[in-house]
Design a protein around this ligand. Structure first.
Ligand code: GLV
Length: 329
């Protein structure tokens, strides 16, 4: 029987599915550090990860490893040059999380615009003595301009929801989306600079790559309107968190909603000390149904890539389909 590592606690019934095909080493404890992950991968044919860093050195130390299935749409935790060089297949879990993530993006954006976290902390702190006409005045969503940076599947799901709020939609992306999608979403392609200058609510939904490290830093924040909000649903590192904390503290922008952070789960402490921010612990896809769908899709990928199950040899979501794959040990 081939051996697989499940690097994280996941739904037990998904583990049972994998046990039908493989000898499973399931880490139900703390997140594995680099050394422990290297050791646990060393004798495996496949692995299921969830944001765990997988380096070229780990692949080199695991000669049987043929596939790593990430339970996430983003896979910046994988050294893809290393995967390609070692002919190890990587897979991800796109699409099944689009709608839940877009829902959450709206929740975060609206919470930031309407100062919900700040107001709740104040209320819980026992400060509410009387109603005030000017208490927690925020920014409107309806009728305002949404700016989506990263018009992939999640960006499109997010933009689609803007119709009900009668918003103008601007977007920026590496490439323009098809005219039919622009028309359906009533979305207008603009430069990143124009978007930052014109949008009332900027939402980031682009994948992390070294090229877009700190794509939103002090210079970009300076382009935004003083009453605008910024929401990061994408990945830590796309925003310069220190620059953002500074911009919020000095009210250069009105508010921010962050679900992802540089160096998470550690946070830049400056973010914790500004009031006009909503902070959530990387939970945009976290509904029961969606996380189940992601776990099952990651398992489907692993099973198929290791030549088992009804789709043997045809994993649904290869990230680097060009790799021919390591020979089966
Ligand atoms: C979550 O961040 C994901 O990439 O799925």
């Amino acid at each position: 029987m081939q051996k697989v590592l499940i690097a994280r606690p996941i739904f037990p019934d998904v583990v049972e599915r994998l046990r039908q095909y493989f000898e499973v080493d399931w880490n139900t404890g703390e997140v594995l550090g680099a050394e422990a992950l290297t050791q646990r991968l060393a004798d495996k044919d496949g692995a299921l990860t969830a944001g765990d860093t997988v380096s070229a050195a780990m692949l080199a130390a695991a000669p049987r490893l043929r596939v790593v299935a990430n339970m996430a749409v983003g896979y910046n935790n994988f050294d893809m040059d290393g995967f390609n060089a070692a002919h190890v297949l990587a897979t991800n879990t796109p699409d099944v999380l689009n709608e839940s993530t877009a829902d959450f993006g709206w929740a975060l954006m609206m919470a930031a615009a309407r100062r919900m976290a700040e107001a709740e902390h104040w209320l819980r702190g026992g400060h509410w003595q009387k109603w005030a006409y000017d208490g927690f005045l925020g920014a409107d969503i309806h009728g305002s301009t949404l700016g989506v940076i990263g018009m992939g599947r999640i960006g499109q799901a997010l933009a689609r929801r803007a119709r009900g709020f009668n918003m103008q939609v601007l977007y920026h992306n590496r490439t323009r989306v098809a005219p039919a999608i622009e028309a359906e979403l009533n979305a207008h392609y603009v430069s990143k600079e124009a978007l930052l200058q014109r949008a009332d609510h900027v939402v980031l939904v682009l994948p992390y790559t070294p090229q877009n490290h700190h794509a939103i830093g002090a210079a970009e924040l300076a382009l935004m309107k003083p009453n605008a909000t910024l929401t990061n649903l994408a990945r830590g590192g796309i925003v310069d968190d220190a620059a953002l904390a500074d911009a919020l503290r000095h009210k250069r922008i009105a508010a921010a909603g962050l679900d992802v952070f540089e160096g998470e789960p550690q946070l830049n402490p400056a973010l914790l000390s500004v009031p006009n921010i909503v902070l959530t612990p990387h939970i945009a896809s976290a509904t029961e149904a969606t996380r189940r769908a992601m776990a099952n899709l990651a398992a489907d990928n692993l099973i198929a890539a290791l030549g088992e199950g009804p789709n043997a040899g045809r994993p649904p979501n290869p990230v680097n389909p060009q790799v021919s794959g390591r020979a089966r040990a």
